[in-house]
Design a protein around this ligand. Structure first.
Ligand code: ATP
Length: 503
């Protein structure tokens, strides 16, 4: 069996992630809850490593700028709930919505901009969700009473149809036509009430993006740290969107994590920085070991631009070839030129001046902002998709080739048998290594089964203490990717691991 692709790959991956403790459906014992996921022992470790890598490369050791000097970026951690006026100013209360249609018959709900339609010259229309055109063709064959192919139709999107045209649509799985409601705008923000007496006046929102927390703290950061324009403020944290159709596993969920950085610069320099960050972010994802041809940069069309990007120069997405989009690509990160939209809006609504004063040029201006915004949990999905592989020659054919530096467990230590002094040597090695690395000791089952468990967990190295160790103080090390084994001195295991994980 070779490595599966498409929906078969997703099925296998989801099963492995559940079986090994990467990702579980939230509230599983109650039947789950659509759009929410929990990260298990291996999943949280992987997610934290990806987060830490981003933080390290963004905040603690940011890249060098176009002039060869290090950039200045600071971090914050803002509240999930903010004054609701902030979300009015940012445009989210008025404009953060998706068009939604319901099927009156099947009760299914769709995003109108994700629903495709096959139009026939007779006026009959057949709706389908992405990737399910076959189902629509089957339905068309039944209704039109003749064999059909995709070429017999003009295809389009449901959002582009006039209301009376909806009457002629056969919705997926519906027995009659005309069961779809006209698209309605649906605000994606989760609301809650603050305080014990919470009435309508106390409505607050769970943040739909971490970015606004940064704009709200722009003045605090400028006033308290020694940042000078251009500089960045970064944040990692939870965001919540009441997605109309959460799907594709953790790709589109209702609670997720983002890694966002707002880069504040002089308006005249914004175009230069937009280009810089677009290239930089693509290079960063590549540096994690993701195959270059699975990643692309794609410029947004004018009609795709978000409400904030209208004053800016555009948006570029870093896209990945997910198994469910293959051969096409889907968003992993957006790099947006937000112009001065956010700071101007907050300035107007809060009446607090958010201008920047340049002491050198004596110029006062509202900075422009370039925003690289990525999904941490979506990044985890990319790492998982990329890592899944099959090798029939192994005791367990499934291997997770997670980049070594991101592996949830970095090494395993196995005493070959639970006697002849081997467990003692293993425990001594374990106690030494765990101070610096994430290591697991496993004494149970055959050595083949123990290797298989670690292959599925994505553990790069397994060290086995055997009879020879007792004699010459060397251990066997097995490499996850090649399956090759070699012997290294017991007292050089830490050094070996340090070098291997950095490679
Ligand atoms: P989409 O068009 O897919 O709804 P978006 O363009 O609205 O996404 P942004 O607002 O730019 O997304 O958010 C930045 C990043 O946050 C995205 O690139 C993605 O990685 C992540 N993200 C956004 N929505 C979700 C979600 N529902 N689940 C998981 N990650 C998400």
């Amino acid at each position: 069996m070779s490595r599966p692709t498409g929906s078969e790959l997703m099925e296998k991956l989801v099963a492995l992630c559940k079986r090994r403790g990467f990702v579980f459906p939230a509230s599983e014992i109650y039947g789950g809850i659509n759009g929410f996921w929990d990260y298990g022992p291996l999943g949280v470790q992987l997610k934290n490593r990806l987060r830490d890598r981003w933080w390290r490369d963004m905040v603690e050791c940011p890249p060098l700028g176009p002039d060869g000097h290090p950039l200045s970026i600071v971090g914050i951690d803002s509240s999930i709930i903010q004054n609701p006026k902030a979300w009015v100013a940012s445009g989210h209360v008025g404009g953060f919505s998706d068009p939604m249609v319901d099927c009156r018959e099947t009760k299914a709900r769709y995003r109108a901009d994700h629903l495709h339609v096959l139009n026939h010259e007779t006026g009959e229309r057949f709706a389908f969700v992405e990737g399910e055109v076959e189902v629509a063709l089957k339905r068309a064959k039944k209704v039109l009473k003749r064999s059909v192919s995709e070429e017999d139709f003009e295809s389009g999107l449901l959002v582009d149809l006039a209301e009376e045209e909806l009457e002629m649509i056969w919705a997926p799985g519906a027995k009659e036509r005309g069961t779809l409601t006209p698209p309605r705008e649906f605000n994606l923000m989760f609301s809650t009430t603050v305080g014990a007496t919470g009435g309508d006046d106390n409505v607050a929102y769970l943040r739909p993006e971490t970015a606004q927390g940064i704009f709200l703290n722009y003045k605090n950061v400028v006033d308290t740290s020694r940042v000078r324009i251009p500089f960045g403020i970064a944040q990692v944290g939870k965001a919540f969107r009441n997605e109309v159709t959460p799907r594709n596993y953790i790709f589109r969920s209702r609670e997720f994590e983002q890694m966002e950085m707002e880069w504040f610069c002089h308006p005249d320099e914004a175009a230069k920085w937009f280009e810089f960050w677009s290239e930089q972010r693509l290079a960063w994802w590549r540096s994690l070991g993701i195959q270059a041809d699975n990643l692309v940069l794609r410029e947004h069309d004018q009609d795709e631009l978000a409400h904030y990007a209208k004053t800016g120069e555009g948006t570029v997405d870093v896209e990945y070839r997910y198994p469910f989009t293959d051969p096409a690509f889907g968003e992993l990160e957006g790099v947006a030129h937000r112009g001065s939209f956010d700071l101007e809006q907050h300035q107007e609504h809060s009446k607090v001046k958010l201008q920047y004063f340049d002491p050198q040029t004596q110029e006062r201006f509202v900075p422009h902002v370039i925003e690289p915004a990525s999904g941490l949990t979506r990044g985890v999905l990319v790492i998982l998709c990329e890592a899944y592989d099959v090798d029939e020659s192994r005791p367990s054919p499934e291997i997770m080739r997670i980049p070594k530096s991101l592996a949830p467990i970095q090494a395993a230590i196995f005493p070959l048998v639970a006697k002849e002094g081997m467990p003692d040597i293993a425990e001594k090695l374990y106690l030494e290594l765990r101070r610096e690395f994430v290591v697991q000791m496993d004494v149970k089952q055959s050595i083949g089964k123990r290797y298989a468990r670690m292959d599925e967990a994505g553990t790069p190295y397994c060290f086995t203490i055997d009879g020879q160790t007792v004699e010459d103080q060397t251990v066997t090390v097995r490499d996850r990717d090649t399956g090759d084994q070699q012997r290294v001195a017991l007292d050089s295991v830490a050094e070996f691991l340090r070098a291997g994980l950095a490679s």
